[in-house]
Ligand binder design. Structure first.
Ligand SMILES: Cc1cc2nc3c(=O)[nH]c(=O)nc-3n(C[C@H](O)[C@H](O)[C@H](O)COP(=O)(O)OP(=O)(O)OC[C@H]3O[C@@H](n4cnc5c(N)ncnc54)[C@H](O)[C@@H]3O)c2cc1C
Length: 500
């Protein structure tokens, strides 16, 4: 608990550091080909309406108060909105959206602002609708495992509240101390537990959302089975705030495991990672709950910038394998047999296994804090890609060869169990010429390998021009039709997800 609170604080201080000390270039200047839509410009009358509705304290319009809301976590984009609204109820969200729709004010929904594709901040001067004050847990049913809560609940706080009832969230990610469940649902966030519990399309039982015109769509079913017509909730899961603002969610939560162990391995080759993963699936079976990999550069970055310590010697690759279950003796026996096998066969060169909470936290920090550590390198070109498992690591050597001395660090880590790699290219400062060397090349390669240009982070602002590498034209056209039907004035998160 203490260490995760520290992590959340450190994440927040990093956000503050970057937003106040090193302001990124405005998005409109960095991407001059994107033109502002024909939206109204905020006036005193608009502001007065919001103040009358929410009160002065829940309407920010001083530029310095709005600054952190205008910059994304990896400082890749910056808007210049002068209006942050903090509703507390669904009815307030409804009134805000209906007013914005009527007056053609563009809106950018925002949760914890930890998104990594530039979707959570305005591109120009869109009004920011922040869910931070919609943070109540409505109910937890410890028999069915059903959680009902507001969209602004912080993921880690939900985890703690559920833990008291013997339950846990089906998702976990490095940004848990700051990201909010409405943001998680809107991005269909993946993370460290997806291998075991699947993605949010399976775990979200119900959603309440507000459409662009202010209409409230109540799909807040708490039932596991409900085949009454179209499954509308899925429209809001992963649509990144372009079809509606999620205000409440219902999540089916698994039982919290009573036996938990974590292994950290050093390996000599990527092929050995694949063989170890295959063995883990076969020999650990139902107790395998996470399977992650990181390369030497990813470990170096947390050792260098965050002064974290690795429990084993240096190797080219590392794996983090978590098991969780309900019978400690059974789980330990399985894990020990697996360990003896992979070490005896020379797949794993060195490793450590622990079930002590403090030691497990220290190992997870090595993996979960990589993004935070990479920020200290300077500017980060970050890619989140799904690939067929045999090609999982293939982009890294290709990018190293292509970029040569243009990059200070090229690293790869990710959810090997889900075929999802995070490719990171660090440079001291943003450079347009480096960007041109990376994109669209990285997406072309991904497409040739039959991968996806976004595995779990979404499309946001940074990927609409490349969505066609992973979606057919007919599918994109259908997405555009849905958008037109649900948000005819295009006020919700414009310039995001759909190709401009
Ligand atoms: C250190 C770190 C680790 C991460 N690890 C992972 C990981 O393992 N897996 C993963 O999938 N992601 C990961 N992410 C990315 C990010 O945390 C997720 O995308 C997360 O789900 C975003 O939640 P948020 O509340 O911060 O949303 P925001 O960043 O505020 O918003 C994300 C998108 O959702 C929209 N949105 C937010 N709230 C709402 C709402 N209530 N209604 C409608 N639209 C909304 C925004 O407009 C935006 O388009 C990581 C990020 C960091 C910084």
């Amino acid at each position: 608990m203490f260490s995760s609170l520290n992590r959340a604080r450190s994440l927040l201080s990093l956000i503050r550091y970057y937003s106040s000390e090193v302001l990124p270039q405005l998005t409109k200047d960095r991407y001059p080909n994107i033109k502002r839509g024909n939206y109204a410009v905020l006036t005193q009358d608009h502001l007065q309406y919001f103040v009358d509705l929410l009160g002065r304290n829940r309407v920010l319009n001083d530029p310095s108060d709005c600054e952190t809301y205008n910059i994304d976590f990896i400082k890749s984009v910056r808007g210049y909105s002068q209006c942050v609204l903090k509703p507390q109820t669904t009815e307030e969200v409804s009134k805000i959206l209906s007013f914005c729709d009527e007056h053609r004010l563009a809106v950018c929904p925002q949760g914890g602002n930890t998104g990594l594709v530039g979707g959570s901040v305005p591109v120009f001067d869109e009004v920011i609708l922040s869910t931070t004050l919609m943070n109540k847990i409505i109910s937890i049913d410890d028999i069915s495992g059903v959680l009902v809560c507001e969209a602004g609940c912080i993921l880690e706080e939900l985890e703690h509240a559920l833990g008291e009832q013997g339950l846990m969230m089906p998702l976990d990610l490095g940004a848990k101390g700051s990201c909010r469940i409405g943001g998680n649902v809107s991005t269909n966030a993946g993370g460290l537990r997806l291998i075991r519990y699947g993605n949010l399309h399976g775990n979200v039982l119900g959603v309440e959302a507000v459409k662009a015109n202010g209409q409230i769509i109540d799909c807040l079913s708490t039932l596991k089975k409900d085949n009454t017509g179209y499954h509308l909730k899925h429209l809001f899961i992963g649509s990144e705030g372009t079809l509606g603002v999620v205000t409440k969610v219902v999540i089916h939560c698994p039982q919290k495991p009573t036996s938990l162990s974590l292994a950290f391995f050093g390996l000599e080759s990527f092929d050995n990672i694949l063989s170890t993963f295959k063995r883990a699936k076969k020999e650990l079976g139902e107790i395998l709950s996470s399977c992650e990999m990181l390369d030497a550069q990813s470990l170096n970055v947390v050792k260098t910038h965050l002064k974290l310590k690795s429990p084993i010697d240096d190797y080219p690759y590392y794996m983090v394998i978590e098991t969780s279950g309900s019978n400690e003796q059974h789980d330990e026996e399985k894990l020990n047999r697996f360990l003896e096998g992979v070490m005896g066969d020379g797949l794993v060169m060195d490793g450590t296994v622990t079930n002590e909470p403090g030691k497990m936290r220290s190992i997870w920090d090595l993996r979960e804090r990589i993004t935070e550590a990479l920020m200290y390198d300077g500017y980060l070109y970050k890619y989140d890609i799904s690939l067929p498992i045999k090609d999982f690591y293939s982009l890294i050597p290709k990018m190293i060869e292509r970029l040569g001395s243009d990059a200070t660090r090229i690293s790869g880590y990710g959810h090997i169990g889900d075929g999802n790699i995070h490719l990171n290219i660090s440079v001291p400062k943003f450079r347009q010429d480096v960007l041109k060397k990376i994109e669209p090349y990285v997406y072309e390669l991904t497409s040739q390998l039959k991968g996806s240009v976004s595995a779990e982070h979404g499309v946001g602002f940074r990927k609409p021009p490349y969505i066609h590498y992973s979606k057919s034209q007919n599918s994109i056209d259908l997405m555009k039709d849905l958008k037109k039907m649900m948000d005819p004035n295009n006020i919700l998160n414009p310039y995001k997800v759909l190709p401009f």
